[in-house]
Design a protein around this ligand. Structure first.
Ligand SMILES: *Cc1c(COP(=O)(O)O)cnc(C)c1O
Length: 386
């Protein structure tokens, strides 16, 4: 019992169901884009209520594509600024650099560790074009306030929802609550990840969800090298030139494939169930962990985060990590503040809360193979060390 190893993250697949979907894909011979990708996109739109969805081979590709398309559509210039967080996986900020824009780091709030609108407002300059919000751990934080701020300043809002499959919140309109909605509804574009350890794991995959139909259409072309199949097929009624296509854009090879979409379709069916199990594990941790010795980043009232990861903040983080490893428990760290890496060093600020908290953050194991006993064992072990 004591020797059972508990990993921080671990994907669970409904293997027989996944295999049946994959078999169908192989039998019909259509494993590329289209096919199950379109089915998965439709299912995702129904699940989230978002108007558009395009399936890609990763969220990193999605974030890059989002910024690439916004930049060309709104004619942003090299060196224009996007306000972002340094407390994230590097994909978020790399996507900005890919497009020769400048990440400007604002601070995170002290509850959910997501971008704080007050700090964002202080960072706005005439060069600011967008805000890139990350829902760390699936938490929604002050996303809605950030969305309002973006509207006031005419900035685009990009959501890195890599942790947020199934994150919902009580929206507010004109001072009144306006129903639970899936995240993304407030953003110009939202990107989700189905990478192998995310809470909707496939192997690698992502979804880009533009609010605007025109930009969604652009994303579909840009994700397949900028090819526009429609132009010739529309002009050639008899179909003689069906093989011809136009290439209006310098696009990328970013689209998803039907094998992965087949897995995604099965995983999506269980997302609600899986997230409620995650919520129960998080609640159990919250009840047992000694809050006089550590604190737990938490979301605000009316928010239903996916609980993709469960984080704690402890003074002696490195010691706790080593001691847990000795006892067969393998937590993680999400994330080292990105301004510690060379390409973001210009934004280093030791007084920023994201920098301070990042040195104390620890991600405790949370996944669907954990039993209640596992959760209790991890929590009590942590209490014994902090
Ligand atoms: C995982 C992750 C990404 C990248 O997702 P991929 O699908 O692996 O490209 C982006 N942002 C955050 C916050 C992530 O955790």
């Amino acid at each position: 019992m004591e020797n059972k190893k508990i990993q921080v993250l671990r994907p669970v697949y409904r293997i027989e169901e996944c295999l049946a979907e994959i078999r169908q894909t192989l039998e019909c011979g259509w494993t590329g884009s289209g096919g199950k990708c379109l089915t998965f996109e439709e299912a995702w739109k129904i699940y989230t209520g978002l108007p558009h969805a395009h399936f890609l081979n990763s969220a990193t590709a999605g974030l890059h594509l989002a910024i690439n398309i916004l930049k060309s559509y709104y004619d942003w210039k090299d060196g224009d600024e996007i306000i972002t967080t340094s407390l994230t996986f590097i994909s978020t900020n790399h996507a900005i650099l890919y497009e020769h824009l400048t990440p400007i780091f604002a601070d995170v709030d002290h509850n959910a560790l997501c971008l704080d609108p007050v700090s964002i407002e202080q960072k706005i300059t005439p060069k600011t074009r967008a805000v890139l919000f990350v829902g760390l751990g699936g938490r929604i934080g002050k996303l809605q306030q950030v969305s309002d701020l973006c509207k006031r300043y005419g900035l685009k809002l990009i959501l890195d929802g890599a942790h947020m499959a199934g994150s919902r919140y009580m929206t507010v309109k004109d001072g009144f609550t306006a129903g639970m909605k899936h995240v993304g509804c407030e953003s110009d574009v939202a990107v989700f990840s189905f990478q192998s350890v995310k809470n909707l794991p496939t192997a690698d995959g992502g979804m880009i969800c533009f609010r605007d139909a025109e930009l969604d259409a652009r994303a579909r072309k840009m994700s397949w090298l900028g090819i526009d199949k429609d132009t010739y097929t529309r002009s050639q009624q008899d179909g003689t030139y069906r093989w011809r296509y136009d290439v209006p854009y310098l696009g990328f090879k970013y689209h998803g494939n039907s094998i992965i979409a087949a897995i995604g379709l099965v995983q999506l069916k269980y997302l609600g169930e899986d997230n409620s199990r995650r919520r129960m594990i998080a609640a159990r941790y919250g009840a047992i962990l000694n809050r006089e010795k550590l604190w737990i980043p938490e979301d605000f009232w009316g928010h239903e985060p996916s609980h993709h990861i469960f984080q704690i903040v402890v003074e002696n983080r490195d010691e706790v990590l080593v001691e847990l490893n000795k006892r067969g428990i393998y937590p993680g760290v999400h994330y080292v503040d990105n301004t510690n890496y060379p390409m973001y060093r210009y934004g280093y600020d030791e007084s920023r809360f994201s920098q301070i908290v990042s040195a104390k953050l620890l991600t405790l194991p949370l996944h669907l193979e954990m039993t209640d006993e596992d959760v209790i064992r991890v929590a009590e072990t942590v209490n014994g060390i902090v």
